[in-house]
Structure formats: C-alpha cells, structure tokens
Design a protein around this ligand. Structure first.
Ligand code: PGA
Length: 250
C-alpha cells in the first residue's frame, strides 16, 4: 500500500502574524500544487487565523502545536479541538518532546489529547523519541515503543489508522545532529513491527511514520529514501520558505 509522504513544518514559538503571512505567501508560490506529498505548516495559535486566510485555496494545509483533552471547560490558556477546527486546522501535533520536557506532558496526557483529537476530524501527529541518555543506556526500543503503546492504549485500530507518527530523537532536535538514515530507519522499522504485532499488518503498512530532528535540504533525500520513513517533521529548516520548499521537493 502506497503511503503518501508528509512534510510538516513546526514553527514552534517563532513568527508574528505579519511574518507568518509573508512566509506562507512565499511558500504558496513555491509549493502550491506540488503533487504526491502532503504539506502541513503548524504555526503558533495566534497565527492560525492568518494561516487560514493566506492558505485559502492552497494545497498547503495547517495545524496546531497542541490541544487540550477536554471538549471545553475552565482550563485557562488552553485550546480545544472545536476551536482548532473552527479556525480551519486539519492537524495537531501531540506530545512534542519540548512539551514533555518543559510543560509536564506525560504519556498519560498525550493519550488523553490523542483520544480527544480522534473524536473529531483532526489528524494527530503523535511525537515519540528517546533522549541521549536513554540511547546511550541502550533503552531506545524500550522508551520509544513504551511511549507508543501508552499513547495508543484504549484506541481502536480504526482510530489509530488516522494518526501520523513522528519519531523525533530528542538529541537530534534543534541540535544540528541528525540521526543517520540507518539509525532512523532502524527505529522506524521497530515502530512498524510493533504496530504489526500489537494490531495488524494492514494497520502497520498504512501508517505514516515521519522522522524529525535537524532535517534540512541537505539530508532530506537520504532520509526519505529509507523504506519506513514516510516524511519529516521539521523545525528550524521549515521557518524559511525557500528551505522548506526544498524539503517538500526532496
Ligand atoms: P528541528 O526540530 O528540525 O529544528 O530539529 C524538529 C522538531 O522539533 O519537530
């Protein structure tokens, strides 16, 4: 089964609305209509409405960087799935390592957010990945598959089939230190095998698994050439329209 590749940009806490507008306008000129790849940009929450405006009629889609697990309620500072859908989001990043590291995100809250998002039309991009200490202690499969299983616990196979997984080794994020294609492929294949064992080969074969961590125009092709790498979740190199367009056209 052919898996459509996804190139997603995570703009983290960068860019004001005018900057979002000009970057997306430039990006439209460069990648609008490019076929065979799903292109997604996740700007900050304050710029989602701007993205909706600028991307009207574009093949570039957009999403949010986080979502709350309740439908609504007294949760100061949070955003619900309904709010993201209302502004036009189609995707939402869940469990990014920066949220796990700095904002108390746990496997339990990741699972709750995922469940909530899957109750709506949002496509979750679920992030998992080990730290350098965990890799050096030989705990990669333990940590990554543990995060995966706890995130997916309680979901039906049907629900899981709508998720995009992003393997992002924490030591490779924003460090310029990319996992080699071989290292990345090894973990991607481990994730797919786990999905096959826990669920079915049909599910495992259909799910997109993105790699994230210092992906740039100079290394994207060799990463994408790996059998189990179906796209990239990109931070730094997605901020510039030219560079992101090069990634999309890898
Ligand atoms: P990076 O970030 O591309 O800047 O390493 C990736 C990510 O955090 O998703």
């Amino acid at each position: 089964m052919a898996r459509i590749p996804v190139i997603a940009g995570n703009w983290k806490m960068y860019k004001t609305r005018p900057e979002v507008k000009s970057t997306l306008e430039a990006l439209r000129k460069l990648v609008d209509g490019v076929e065979g790849v799903e292109v997604v940009i996740c700007p900050t929450a304050t710029s989602l409405a701007t993205a909706a405006e600028v991307l009207e009629g574009s093949t570039i889609r957009f999403g949010a960087q986080n979502v709350h697990w309740a439908a609504e309620g007294a949760f100061t500072g949070e955003l619900s799935c309904a709010m993201l859908l209302d502004v036009g989001c189609q995707y939402v990043i869940i469990g990014h390592s920066e949220r796990r590291q700095y904002f108390g995100e746990t496997d339990e809250t990741v699972s709750k957010r995922l469940t909530q998002a899957l109750g709506t039309d949002l496509t979750p991009i679920l992030c998992i990945g080990e730290t350098l200490e965990e890799r050096e202690a030989d705990r990669v499969s333990d940590v990554v598959l543990g995060q995966l299983k706890r995130a997916l616990a309680g979901l039906t196979e049907d629900q899981i089939s709508r998720i995009i997984i992003a393997y992002e080794p924490v030591w490779a994020i924003g460090t310029g230190r990319t996992a080699t294609p071989e290292i990345a492929q090894e973990v991607h294949s481990m994730i797919r095998t786990c999905l096959e064992q826990e669920y079915s080969s049909e599910l495992a074969e259909g799910l997109r698994i993105l790699y994230g961590g210092s992906v740039k125009p100079s290394n994207v092709a060799e990463l994408m050439a790996q059998a189990d790498i179906d796209g990239a979740l990109v931070g730094g190199a997605s901020l510039d329209a030219e560079s992101f367009a090069q990634l999309v056209k890898y």
